[in-house]
Design a protein around this ligand. Structure first.
Ligand SMILES: C[S@@+](CC[C@H](N)C(=O)[O-])C[C@H]1O[C@@H](n2cnc3c(N)ncnc32)[C@H](O)[C@@H]1O
Length: 315
């Protein structure tokens, strides 16, 4: 049986067929210039730009959101509010993990993007009730609360005043979890810290990545908190990006915040573990500081466990 994701991929692939590879490449270049110059995609008003986004960016933004959802996979939300939904990335990732989702509300201010997500999600033939609101997330008022609210790769497209407005709307509408994803750059990390401060002040409990609610220890350094997810590239993905590699590593930052108080009994592996003969070095975010832990072969089971760990895992 085909999954929601398979149906979605078929829809995306037939949508892209209306454009030649050259058109998609050109639109992707325009999109990249737009990101680099202004850090925003408000200028996406061509269907070709959407084809470029779903070819070249959506696989990565999907992978980042999916990685976050995997961390809360046992919560089984029944409703999602997808803010700055774009082509419906977060909703699609949620449906793939939780096919019994009853309600999905997508808010996206761009008309063509909103039309695209409508076509994509309707093509899945699910019983989920979808609502598409072509509105601004800084002023969208939700009459209800949703189990899961997402701000996927959108905060960076807003100025600080708008970010605050969007965060307030998102948090007001959150019943249980708010998930924020951002590109893994130092600048986006600062934006995420702004969101983190706001949410902690408003009684938010961090599920991940931070093992504490104290000030982020990386804010005092030249480093920034970010992670990586590897995704394989399809032929059209490679063509859109003019790349040869069969995979790419998406660097991203994220926050998963809960309205319910949670215990945080872990540390977080902040960088790729360094494997040396006879020992492994782990750089960890702990409640009081960034600490380096050395795990030696003589620690047997602990060493065995450490050797399986990757950047971003809990320890
Ligand atoms: C980089 S895309 C991310 C799309 C999707 N969430 C994802 O992760 O792939 C950002 C999206 O947010 C939308 N957007 C930006 N500012 C917005 C606003 N103020 N209100 C509603 N949508 C907005 C853009 O039109 C674009 O579709």
């Amino acid at each position: 049986m085909q999954s929601s994701l398979d149906h979605a991929l078929n829809y995306i692939s037939s949508y892209k067929q209306a454009f030649s590879s050259k058109e998609i490449q050109k639109a992707h270049e325009a999109l990249s210039i737009c990101y680099r110059a202004k850090g925003r995609t408000q200028d996406i008003n061509e269907e070709a730009m959407i084809a470029a986004y779903v070819s070249a960016r959506m696989p990565a933004t999907y992978a980042a959101m999916d990685m976050c959802f995997q961390m809360i996979k046992n919560v089984f939300p029944t409703s999602i509010l997808d803010l700055g939904a774009g082509p419906g990335t977060a909703t699609l990732a949620a449906l793939n993990l939780w096919p019994k989702l009853k309600i999905a509300i997508l808010v996206e201010h761009h008309a063509a993007m909103s039309r695209f997500s409508k076509g994509l999600l309707n093509s899945l033939n699910l019983e989920t009730r979808f609502e598409h609101h072509q509105k601004d997330i800084t002023s969208f008022s939700s009459p209800k609360e949703y189990d899961l609210v997402t701000l996927g790769y959108v905060l960076g497209e807003l100025n600080q005043e708008q970010q605050l407005a969007a965060l307030k709307k998102a948090w007001d509408a959150t019943k249980e979890f708010l998930v924020i994803t951002m590109p893994g750059t130092p600048h986006d990390y600062q934006t995420l810290m702004f969101a983190r401060d706001f949410l902690i002040q408003n009684k938010g409990y961090i599920i991940a990545p931070c093992p504490h609610r104290n000030k982020c220890p990386l804010q005092e350094t030249n480093d920034w908190c970010h992670f990586s997810v590897r995704l394989s590239r399809t032929k059209s993905h490679k063509r859109a990006k003019k790349g040869e590699l069969s995979y790419e590593d998406e660097k991203f930052s994220y926050l998963i915040i809960s309205k319910k108080e949670t215990d945080q009994n872990f540390t977080r592996i902040l960088r790729k573990p360094i494997k040396r003969p006879g020992h492994i070095l782990l750089d960890l975010c702990t409640a009081d500081a960034i600490k380096r832990e050395t795990v030696t072969k003589s620690q047997k089971d602990i060493y065995k466990n450490a050797s399986k760990k990757i950047w971003g895992d809990e320890w």
